[in-house]
Ligand binder design. Structure first.
Ligand code: ZN
Ligand code: ZN
Length: 339
């Protein structure tokens, strides 16, 4: 079978590898149909990921069809359409035992430090896949994965209907957060510097859109929230300044959810956190969010069809990478096993 192998940064090619087989009775064999190219795949490709190891088969946004099941598998049958979970965890550490397997001490992330789904077949334990509706096309279904990350941030922030949520940044991640947050019934404010993205954010469910280049963001937020501040801020800009800003503007008893991997320092006087009892919360990957997001896709609460800008057969990876280099894309999907 064929796979896309990244031998070292910038060196990705189609290779022939041994056909994938079920290795233990709890596994399912998946015929891959589509996989997304995500920001983290691009950073691994470019050699800027702090966590990746090489050589590596990339891909953590993977959907396909169940081709074979192990003898003890109960959750799946032949022909089910499925999406693969991004991670594997030890099940033994404190995090795993406390429902936080996404931050397992021995976390394995597909396409990062274990091989991912850019290949014709993949096997995973049955606990690492979820059934998706058959009427959802595979390319759209790939987008379930990034929405689980957005859902995790909302749930880490304990988002509720009476919250005023500030989504800082209205790019790909920000717009996913907005769509998930809308399903919680929260009031959403977003900030970006591009009018195009702000317009889109309003279509997707933001009630207020502030242009950080043209408007005084702090003043606007004050006006909208009657001086209280947002009760939750989710940072999808993810740099030291955005962290400082959000801790500054969040309201009393509010939460600031961080999602970035930036290694630079923020400067925050502790009084800003203690005086108003603010929670500063990290959010990484997801825990048990697939089923929730699949439901939102199934009932069309989330319908991200125009999020996909390019589709390539996986053997045309060099064309896909040219688009990546051009930086002019939204979501790029690779297809596999096309009939
Ligand atoms: Zn991703
Ligand atoms: Zn663990």
């Amino acid at each position: 079978m064929k796979a896309l192998m990244l031998d070292e940064p910038k060196d990705i090619k189609v290779v022939e590898i041994p056909i994938e087989k079920i290795k233990s009775s709890d596994e399912i064999l998946i015929k891959v149909k589509a996989a997304g190219i995500c920001g983290s795949d691009i950073s691994i490709y470019n050699g800027t990921s702090p966590v990746a190891t090489y050589p590596r088969i990339l891909g953590h946004e993977v959907v396909g069809v169940v081709e074979e099941i192990g003898s003890t598998v109960t959750k799946f049958k032949f022909g089910d359409h499925v999406i693969v979970k991004q991670t594997e965890s030890c099940g033994e550490c404190y995090a795993c035992k406390h429902g936080r397997d996404n931050v397992c001490i021995d976390l394995k992330v597909r396409g990062v430090n274990i091989d991912g789904g850019y290949r014709e077949y993949v096997t995973v334990p049955e606990t690492s896949a979820y059934v998706i509706p058959k009427d959802l096309d595979f390319k759209t279904a790939v987008l379930i994965e990034p929405f689980t990350i957005a859902f995790q941030a909302c749930s880490r922030g304990r988002l509720e209907a009476d919250d005023i949520l500030l989504v800082y940044g209205a790019g790909a991640l920000g717009s996913s957060v907005i769509q998930v947050a809308k399903s919680f019934g929260a009031t959403i404010i977003t900030v970006d510097i591009e009018d195009e993205k702000l317009k889109k954010a309003k279509e997707l469910g933001a009630s207020y859109a502030i242009n950080g280049k043209e408007q005084d963001v702090k003043e606007e937020i004050k006006k909208i929230t009657n001086g209280y501040g947002p009760t939750i801020c989710i940072d999808t800009v993810c740099n030291p300044k955005s962290v400082e800003f959000l801790i500054d503007v969040v309201g009393n008893a509010g939460r600031v959810v961080l999602m970035g991997f930036d290694m630079n320092e923020s400067h925050i006087p502790q009084f800003k956190i203690t005086a108003r009892e603010i929670d500063v919360i990290g959010s990484r990957l997801q825990h048990e969010k697939f089923e929730k997001v699949i439901d939102l896709f199934a009932d069309k609460s989330i319908d991200p069809k125009d999020a996909i800008s390019h589709v390539f057969h996986f053997e045309d990876i060099s064309k896909a990478m040219e688009v990546v280099e051009s930086r002019k894309f939204r979501k790029i999907i690779l297809t596999f096993n096309e009939e």
